[in-house]
Design a protein around this ligand. Structure first.
Ligand SMILES: [Zn+2]
Length: 229
């Protein structure tokens, strides 16, 4: 157990729920921060509260919905555009929110100073989300370096899922003891559907649900292979 405090950037989704379990098993004290930025899938935040409370983690919920005024994303705009390219950058998916992760990390870095956390944990992952440039490691590393330099801090940013596939993230959740919470409570669906499925809650049709369902299938077949051979 590491004798310090960790702040988890927590959305209530599969990845950050896994990170919350990971941090709980490693740090003496864990706190979490969630952001409301006008996402259609607000249910994510209701689930975030439930999950944080189930893991006895204090959760700070921050309203930054003004951000919708500045950027376009299908996550805050037209959900029917979800499977199309981004309106303002055709190379990116419609669900991309420009600078969202930069904003989350910036705000979490400010909050970390207030609560005296020297470690931040984020569920950024560049394996499956290659469509989101702000999930990649060089971005995360350079941003935390800039923030530390700009505020004379030494806060580290850990990204335990960075090179895991979705199937490996399911396996990590199992290892950290949070797989039942991931399946029953975590929420990633872009449409805000809370329909229960074997792989968790969601519509089963949006890109986030498709990725999650596919990852769960892969996770199950890996389990089967290791049981039978
Ligand atoms: Zn969905």
């Amino acid at each position: 157990m590491i004798d310090s405090k960790a702040l988890v950037i927590f959305s209530g989704g599969q990845d950050s729920t896994t990170c919350l379990g990971w941090a709980k098993n490693r740090y003496r004290e864990v706190v979490a921060i969630s952001f409301y930025y006008g996402q259609k899938h607000q249910i994510e935040l209701e689930q975030a509260k439930k999950i944080a409370s189930a893991l006895s983690v204090p959760l700070e919920l921050v309203d930054i919905h003004f951000y919708q005024q500045m950027v376009y994303s299908a996550l805050t705009g037209d959900p029917m555009a979800m499977n199309a390219p981004h309106r303002d950058n055709a190379a990116l998916p419609a669900s991309f929110v420009p600078n969202r992760n930069a904003l989350f990390i910036l705000l979490a870095h400010s909050y970390a100073q207030q609560v005296k956390a020297h470690t931040m944990v984020a569920g950024l992952c560049q394996t499956d989300y290659s469509g989101y440039p702000d999930c990649r490691e060089p971005f995360a590393k350079s941003l935390i370096l800039a923030l530390n330099q700009g505020s004379d801090q030494q806060i580290e940013l850990l990204t335990p899922l960075m090179y895991l596939t979705k199937a490996e993230t399911f396996a990590l959740a199992e290892q950290e003891g949070v797989l039942p919470l991931v399946l029953a409570e975590s929420h990633t669906c872009y449409q805000g559907s809370s329909t229960p499925n074997p792989w968790g809650r969601g519509c089963g049709l949006c890109p986030a649900c498709l990725l999650r369902a596919k990852g769960y299938q892969e996770y199950l077949s890996t389990l089967e292979r290791s049981t039978h051979g």
